[in-house]
Design a protein around this ligand. Structure first.
Ligand code: PEP
Length: 241
């Protein structure tokens, strides 16, 4: 799975151009999902662009709220996302954990909301720099993974995104990514009797480091922010997978 997270960037026209260019440039493989997560206000038009040209690009939302309906100004629920046939949703991105004060309880409610709505989850975890420096990453990730249960795993991809690597230009070293992905997979296998969970990496992925990161057996794909906005770069990275 190669995912483009647009965060709060771009216009409707930028996204239309991106969908057209990426659809032409990628050598699409059914086993490698190609996903765009546009800003929420463009979910509807993005779905229309995808449908118009019968693009293999799949639609992901950056947001889902846990409340099913009612008095939540700005909220988006699973039923709304299903109106645009949204296939994926990002939950637990470090920017939302930080700015929206998301914790285990609120994230668990979002997971339930997505799973009840039949939307596949990309569940983001990752440690801040002080935890990384203290060598405490595995304990930190164990706590973040604690809210998952075995039923979730049929519908979840884990995105390992060290916070110190997001948008900083400092990607984690491949050996570190490999070790951490191996830990996540083994931990979930032991705790939830799960055979296989996909783990993708995110954090300053660029054209010049993508091939090396993807070459690791424990890396099942990439979640890309900044570098993914350029359709040429994103398509080249997709074609490396
Ligand atoms: C992200 O926002 O999930 C991300 C990985 O961003 P960047 O690629 O810009 O570091």
């Amino acid at each position: 799975m190669i995912v483009s997270n647009w965060k709060m960037n771009g216009t409707k026209a930028d996204i239309e151009l991106w969908i057209n260019e990426v659809s032409n440039k990628i050598e699409y493989k059914t086993e490698v999902n190609c996903v765009i997560c546009p800003p929420s206000c463009y979910l509807d038009s993005t779905r229309s662009f995808i449908t118009k040209i019968n693009s293999p690009v799949q639609l992901g939302s950056q947001e889902i709220d846990s409340t099913h309906q009612g008095a939540l100004t700005g909220g988006i629920n699973g039923q709304m996302l299903n109106d645009f046939s949204t296939e994926f949703v990002l939950i637990g991105h470090s920017e939302q954990r930080h700015y929206l004060n998301e914790d285990g309880v609120s994230l668990r409610a979002k997971l339930d909301s997505a799973i009840d709505s039949g939307i596949s989850v990309i569940f983001c975890i990752g440690e801040p720099s002080e935890v990384y420096s203290n060598g405490d990453t595995k304990n930190f990730l164990t706590n973040q993974l604690d809210i998952l249960n075995s039923e979730d795993l049929a519908n979840i991809t884990i995105a390992y995104e060290p916070i110190w690597a997001i948008g900083t230009g400092l990607s984690a070293k491949t050996t570190y990514i490999e070790d951490t992905h191996g830990f996540i997979k083994n931990h979930l296998k032991k705790r939830l009797k799960n055979k296989k969970v996909s783990v993708v990496y995110g954090g300053s992925v660029k054209l010049d480091n993508a091939e090396e990161i993807l070459s690791s057996d424990s890396v099942d794909g990439l979640l890309i922010g900044g570098a993914s906005l350029d359709s040429e770069t994103f398509s080249k990275i997709y074609n490396l997978s």
